[in-house]
Design a binder for this molecule. Structure first.
Ligand SMILES: Cc1cc2nc3c(=O)[nH]c(=O)nc-3n(C[C@H](O)[C@H](O)[C@H](O)COP(=O)(O)OP(=O)(O)OC[C@H]3O[C@@H](n4cnc5c(N)ncnc54)[C@H](O)[C@@H]3O)c2cc1C
Length: 346
């Protein structure tokens, strides 16, 4: 078998890169071993503002300009709904919090997104003594649904193998690579936290940031927006809500834990007062980098090995942009953004 590309991993990064390959009529084969769950469990929220600090997300406007049409095209391609837009209501903790909001809402990169008015209307079941601030242009991509549909689509096209990619089986030819019975021009590794087992790239500084979420059933909670305090609560429909997420820098597993569940219950107590039932709990490891920028680029010695990783806490917004940039770099020799290029760690 001969292909232009082997792709290792079909989460958001792999999927976004495969879309580039399809658009350019490239041949490829994907390997996926279900070892990581990040794209399957992600909240899937996109928000151009970091609400903890009231600062803009890096390149938010540019990323959303690429990402929103990207998910729209996938909705058309699969005749399915993935992107649900809703307003985000940030719960203020104090007067100081409100003042910081006013200040931020005046800033050039934030004024498009932050409504300067403070909403003081009471909402049944929600604790918000200092009111809410409304954030525009936010929403949620159902990443689980998208990735699952995409894997079936690739399976039907015989373009995915559900097995572990074994790095030690790569043989380097003059211009190509042999992997088992496959000859490929390039391999792009989109392995998420699985990169730790990749001997070609595991010296890059990828950190684990395990996250956990719960799904609750709360028929008395009537909200159609994303509620943001120390955690987020967003509607899934039919009285179900997703609540998350935790951050754990020690546990490297994708298993839901009792500690994670208790942390979410404790935080939820400070936000809602109405009864609910926990229906589900999920966990995954976010592939994060200390400088909070993705890992994109080509191996310094093996030029036909490339990486697309480090999407951190914002895979939904970043993946389509960095996949495009890597593809144009590999196929057209366009420069990578030095801020994301893995050469910054050499
Ligand atoms: C709890 C939680 C909440 C989150 N919430 C949000 C959010 O609200 N918004 C947002 O934008 N982001 C969120 N994220 C982050 C987001 O999930 C990630 O940025 C993104 O999914 C990473 O995608 P990826 O494709 O790089 O990695 P992954 O999704 O981990 O995909 C990598 C794939 O590679 C496969 N793989 C690895 N090694 C091999 C191998 N050797 N052979 C074959 N296959 C292999 C894995 O099985 C996996 O499917 C959240 C993450 C978590 C854990």
């Amino acid at each position: 078998m001969k292909v232009d590309y082997i792709i290792v991993g079909l989460g958001l990064a792999g999927l976004a890169f495969v879309e580039e390959l399809l658009a350019a009529n490239k041949t490829f084969l994907v390997f996926e071993d279900d070892s990581q769950t990040s794209s399957l469990v992600a909240g899937g929220v996109y928000n151009p503002v970091i609400l903890k600090r009231f600062t803009p997300v890096w390149n938010a406007k540019q990323q959303l300009e690429v990402a929103l049409p990207f998910y729209k095209r996938l909705e058309t391609k699969f005749n399915s709904k993935f992107d649900k837009k809703f307003e985000t209501k940030k719960v203020f903790k104090s007067i100081e919090d409100q003042n910081n909001w006013f200040e931020a809402a005046d800033k050039p990169l934030l004024s498009d997104y932050l409504d300067p008015e403070i909403e003081s209307k009471k909402i049944k079941g929600i604790i918000a003594d200092f009111g809410f601030g409304n954030v525009k242009e936010t929403g949620r991509v159902d990443t689980k649904k998208l990735v699952e549909i995409y894997r079936v689509y690739l399976k039907l096209a015989h373009k995915i193998r559900f097995e572990k990619f074994e790095h030690q089986q790569i043989n380097f030819g003059v211009d190509s690579i042999e992997y088992k019975n496959i000859t490929a021009n390039r391999i792009v590794f989109c392995e998420g936290y699985g990169m730790k087992e990749n001997p070609f790239f595991n010296q890059l500084p990828l950190n684990e940031a395990k996250g956990e979420l719960i799904t609750i059933y709360a028929p008395e909670l009537k909200i159609d927006f994303l509620l943001k305090s120390t955690l987020f609560v967003f509607p899934l429909g039919d009285n179900y809500y997703k609540v998350g997420a935790t951050f754990n820098w020690k546990d490297k597993t994708s298993k839901p834990s009792k500690e994670g569940r208790l942390e979410l219950i404790e935080k939820l107590k400070k936000v809602i007062t109405i009864p609910y039932k926990i229906i589900d709990q999920t966990a995954g490891v976010r592939p994060t980098v200390k400088d909070r920028r993705p890992l994109v680029g080509v191996h310094p010695t093996y030029s036909n090995l490339a990486i697309l990783n480090g999407l951190g806490t914002r895979g939904v917004m970043i993946a389509p942009t960095v996949a495009k940039q890597l593809f144009h770099h590999l196929e057209k020799g366009e420069e990578l953004d030095p801020v994301t290029d893995i050469q910054r760690f050499e």
